[in-house]
Design a protein. Structure first.
Length: 274
């Protein structure tokens, strides 16, 4: 019996490439490693472009495919995960057109939120760029028809999440403003589910839950994305043992990469800059 891999099968050490503007994509990497514990990992953060949520759509539609093209050429991944809601809602189609590698994007978890809500009022908490996208309109119309979908863009939560992962204090006012931005809208008093529509925001799950209160559920799409990655790579070969992953950061004059100790719990063993 021939047990050789088909000619186009990836090598066992071909990595999964996770891409985000910053460290938010770690919330997708975590559950993916739980499902695929020996997968080779490259985690790429575009610190030179952070924050994405305050950039124009045209800029991101050009920047993300170009940068991912460089990363794919350098690391030869078996699959690319755009672990960033803003980049996915704006640039996913452009990336798929530009690259000959499977691409997994992230979308706001509006469908499961609509299934979960009892009051019929859902909040979508994301970056300013994500919450204004027609894509969110489409998801709401398709999966939350008849429900009230409130949206609020909170760039401060991205900064707060990055700070928390560095071991710095999170400004409580940022958390308060984010929740108030949803609750203060018409119908906000009936809110019972909040979609964390930025991969950075689950890093602040504890703080956001404390501010929202026990009667509001917080939901994100990370576990579903991890299952999608496992499905798309089913039957592929992996290393026999887990090896430390690589984190690569685009060079930024404003911010240095985080300490390796902050990334080690996610299986990252070294940091590179490009």
């Amino acid at each position: 019996m021939d047990h050789s891999l088909p000619p186009d099968a990836p090598a066992p050490d071909a990595p999964i490439l996770f891409f985000d503007s910053g460290l938010g994509g770690l919330t997708v990497l975590g559950p993916t490693r739980a499902l695929l514990p020996t997968a080779s990992i490259v985690y790429a953060a575009d610190y030179a472009g952070l924050p994405y949520g305050q950039k124009g759509d045209d800029e991101l539609a050009a920047r993300v495919p170009a940068l991912l093209g460089r990363l794919v050429e350098r690391y030869q991944p078996r699959l690319v995960v755009i672990a960033c809601n803003t980049a996915s809602t704006i640039a996913l189609a452009h990336v798929r057109a530009a690259l000959d590698v499977p691409i997994v994007g992230t979308v706001p978890a509006i469908k499961p939120a609509a299934e979960m809500t009892k009051s019929g009022v859902i909040g979508v908490l994301g970056t300013e760029a994500t919450v204004r996208q027609p894509y969110v309109d489409d998801l709401s119309a398709k999966f939350a028809a008849g429900k009230t979908v409130l949206r609020h863009g909170s760039p401060g939560l991205v900064t707060g999440a990055e700070a928390k992962l560095r071991g710095e204090a999170v400004d409580p006012a940022v958390i308060e403003r984010a929740i108030a931005g949803l609750r203060g809208q018409s119908g906000g008093e009936k809110l019972d589910v909040i979609v964390l529509a930025c991969t950075h925001f689950p890093l602040l799950q504890q703080e956001l839950q404390a501010e929202a209160g026990p009667d509001i559920a917080l939901i994100d799409g990370a576990a579903g994305i991890a299952r999608r990655i496992a499905y798309l790579t089913r039957g592929q070969s992996w290393p026999a043992e887990a090896r430390p992953g690589i984190a690569v950061f685009t060079r930024s004059a404003e911010r240095a990469p985080p300490p390796l100790a902050a990334l080690a719990p996610y299986g990252i063993g070294s940091i590179e800059t490009i």
